[in-house]
Structure formats: structure tokens, C-alpha cells
Ligand binder design. Sequence first.
Ligand SMILES: *Cc1c(COP(=O)(O)O)cnc(C)c1O
Length: 400
Amino acid sequence: MAEQHSSYAFATRALHVGQDSAQWKSRAVVPPIVMATTFAQFEPAVTARFEYGRSGNPTRNSLELCMASLDKAKHSLIFSSGVACEVNITHLLQAGGHIITDTQVYCGIDRYFRKCASKFDLTIDYVDFCDLNQVAKAAESNLQRGSKSGLVWLESPTNPLLKVTDIRAVTSTLKNINPNVIIAIDNTFMSPYFQSPLELGVDLVMTSITKYVNGHSDVVMGSISTNRTELYDRLKYLQNAIGAVPSPIDCFMVNRSIKTLALRMEKHQKNAMAVALFLESHPLVKRVLYLGLESHPQHQLVLKQCKGFTGMIAAYLEGTLETMCKFLSYLKIFTLGESLGAVESLIELPAIMTHEMMGQWARDKIGISDTLVRISIGVEDVDDLIGDLDQALKRSQPTN
Ligand SMILES: *Cc1c(COP(=O)(O)O)cnc(C)c1O
């Protein structure tokens, strides 16, 4: 409505003047934040592409195009969290379906499978994806159930123990036995910068954007990328039908963050390598797990299937739970907190923080002990990071 429409009353002008939806063709260099929840239609059901904010939004669409490209995918869909992606993927299954996942699958993902999705009579088989015999057996039992829409949920490397799956070997074993199985992978720890699982036979790549892709500890979000258009169509339907979509402001924030993903990942990796070497040589550290160390049991596989080592370190320290708590309290630069993949360095004790919900027995089975710390190396100056760890380790050493 043009400004000259002064014949309208105050309340009408307050709503309509300056708001004409036809004017937005600004050629702004940065995708605008489109907060509109509805889009004016030319005629009933004739739209300029968008109709309602849940089914599609221009700010979200910019991010979906960018994420698809980084994942080397035809399609990408953005959801309100990483877990929301998992929920939508699980909805691809029929009731009575069958899920195969790793004994080390991230417990925040497993919680939904076990506690929520189980009411749809889904069966879950836990295997060690490093053992192809176990994988083949599970795939056969999946077939015998007559389940045409089995789901496999991979995670590589795992959170927090950094176990690596030979993605190509596992996907070809699975597809040889059951070509209809849908294989998804959680690519959160590597981000699309260091790992492209669609090139290794996976159908769906899930990323918790909350972590490296956004990287600034201020957005919770997730993405699913795929080259299979029929799966994309079904997921796009579910995205709208289930409704777990992010705010356009959050999409704007990630559109901005993603521009420095490559720079950040290089720095995370460089810093993490130096910290891992420091920890490995430290007398108060029993064992360090880092993809870039030759001592990592699957270092050769990492060199084969990944383009880098990312910024995550797991380390077993000498001492007890009490020593760990002291050590963490002495750190000055590292933030004690959950989450990972941020520009600031984060550290946490999985046994009583992120992985507490697993229970002691399940933690012991896979090796999450009270003296395991998970470290997410940020982009600070690396000498300051090493100095901080060094002073905290020294101070927490039991005096004997
Ligand atoms: C954080 C995380 C998730 C869950 O993502 P949200 O965005 O928190 O829902 C899934 N997998 C891994 C490996 C994670 O670290």
C-alpha cells in the first residue's frame, strides 16, 4: 500500500503502509532474515514459491542450498536440532521396522530410539560396525523380519571415544544383503569439511549444525543431506508434517557462520594436533585418543576416508574422579560445559555430564570411565591452551 493512502485510518495505515510484499528484490549481498510466516499469493494457490513458514522459508532455503553443496548432495533439509533430524529419519520406517546401530552410538541419539521410537514396535540391534561379521548378521536378521525399510544409523567417529567405521566396507556389506536398507550417518564430529559420507555409499547424512557448522555456541540446529530424491521428497513432507523447523533468525546466524567453516576447521585441527601431542607426552595422561595421532587404532583408516582429523580429543588421565574434578576446576581458558565444535575450547567429563544417562554398566562396557575427559579444541592461541592444561594437570596431581 502506497504512502499516499492517507485516507485510511491510523490503525489501517499502521498495518499496511510500506509493507507491500512486491518490493523485495533488493540484491542484498547477505540473505535477508525473512520472518514472514505467510507469503502473499497472486491468485488462490498461485505462489511466488513460498506459502507458509513451516513448509518453506527463504532464509532457510539459502542455508539448505549451501549445506547441500558442502555435503556434495543434491538436496539438504534443515531442522530445529540434530535430534529432530533423527526423529524425521526414523519416521521413514513403518511400525515394526528394524534399526541397526553401533554399541557406541551417541546416547542422546540412542535415547530417542530406545525411549521414544520404541513405542512404534521398532527393534534395535546394536553391533560393533568395526566387525563386518556382526554387520552382516544384523543385516540378515533385518531381512528375515521381512522389513523392507530397515534403517542403519552409523556414527563415525563416535562421541566421545572417536571410534571410526570403515564406511565404504559397511555400506557395501549392508547393501549386498539388503539393497532396500536406508543407511544414515551422523557426521557431526567431522562436519562436511573433513568427511563426505555420501561418496562412501551412505544414503542420508545427518549433521548437528549446533556443533562445528555453526560453531559459535549460539544456535541449536541440524541438517539432513541426500542424493536420493525419493528420500528427500519423503523427508520434505515429514519436515512440514512434523514441524521441527528452525527460526529464520537462526538460519541467518548459520548462513553467516558457515562462511568461516573451512577456516575454523583448519584451525581446530592444527590446535588439536598440538594439544594431542602435548597430552600424549605428559606423565599424568594415561592415554590420548585423537584421529591425527599415529597411536589412534584406526589412524590408517582415517587417512583413507577423511580429509582431516577435526578438533576432538578424548583422554584418560591418571587419578580418580576427585582428581578429575580438581583438574577441571583449575582450568582457566577451557570452559567446563557440554556441547563441542565451538570457537571457544570446551571440556567435560562424559561419565557425569553428557553420558551420565547411559548408566554405569553401559559406560563401563564401552570404556567411558570416570577419568575420561572429552576436549573440544577451540581456535584460541595454542600455546595458551597447552599452558592452561599443563598448569591444571600439575596442580591436580595427588601429593604423595
Ligand atoms: C550434539 C550431537 C547430536 C545432537 O544434536 P542436537 O543439535 O543437540 O540435537 C547428535 N550427534 C552427535 C554426535 C552430537 O554431538
